[in-house]
Write a protein that binds this ligand. Sequence first.
Ligand code: HEM
Length: 271
Amino acid sequence: MHLNIPQQPPLEEVASKSSLRQRQQQSKTTDPGNSESDPAKKENKKKNSKPQRNGISVLDVIRVLVTLVLASCGMSYYMTSSESLLWGYRPWFSRVPVLMRFLQGPLVLTPEQLSLYNGTDTNLPIYLSVNGTVFDVSANPLVYGPGGHYNFFTGRDATRAFVTGCFQEDLTHDMRGVEDMFMPIDDEAELATLSSGEKKVRREQDRRMAKARVQKQVAHWANFFRDHKKYFEVGRVVGLEDEGEIRELCNSAIQQRPKRKDMEKKAKRKN
Ligand code: HEM
């Protein structure tokens, strides 16, 4: 008869297995790496498991930059009495009407269409035009709105008045003959000493310089509106045609004509 008695492992094997179990238990309690309960040790383990990196990381740089930007914005907000986070700088794309106009593309208006934008219709913006370029000046209704000091410039191209300063007579785009206001007044006695050829050459030179001054003045005003932090360019006015006869120079412009003697004195002082 065969008895099915389980075979006992040899005595040495049992001893070695129990000692192994004992060592494993011991290491669980003593090995810091195996401790799951102590958070400091856990953290330590995490740190030790990652490769050590020396120096400044990209994250450090980003942190410093973000801190500096936030500090600058805070200082600007405080210093500009809660007006600006960027020390008064307002990029064009942060201004909603400017951005909208940019997305819609430039406006092209006839003089009749432009005339609607003079501030009387409160649903429309206020526009004025200098040398055919239309600017939105709605941001300053006190000056350009109805009753404002410079309301007469709106809804039209009054480039001539920007040069002559004749705000009643010269509210037109017609610039013909306006350079006369910069033509020097000659001293009759001195003029008599010149030959007719010399007089002609001088006259031509004077006219060229006078036209350049007109252009400079026009560019000054166009740039004033273009670069202004509240106004912006919206498009062009088309179909501006010269009116019949060349206009007479208005009184204020005549009074501004320079005397040749004074011009020469000025030039000498400069040299
Ligand atoms: C060619 C002559 C002139 C032109 C084209 C002209 C044009 C202008 C314009 C376009 C503005 C508005 C600026 C803005 O949008 O902020 C302005 C403002 C002003 N201008 Fe003139 N100007 C002229 C002569 C004068 C003269 C001679 C005076 C003084 C008697 C004067 C007094 C003022 C004042 C006080 C302001 C401030 C805004 C206001 O209160 O209406 N301007 N000028």
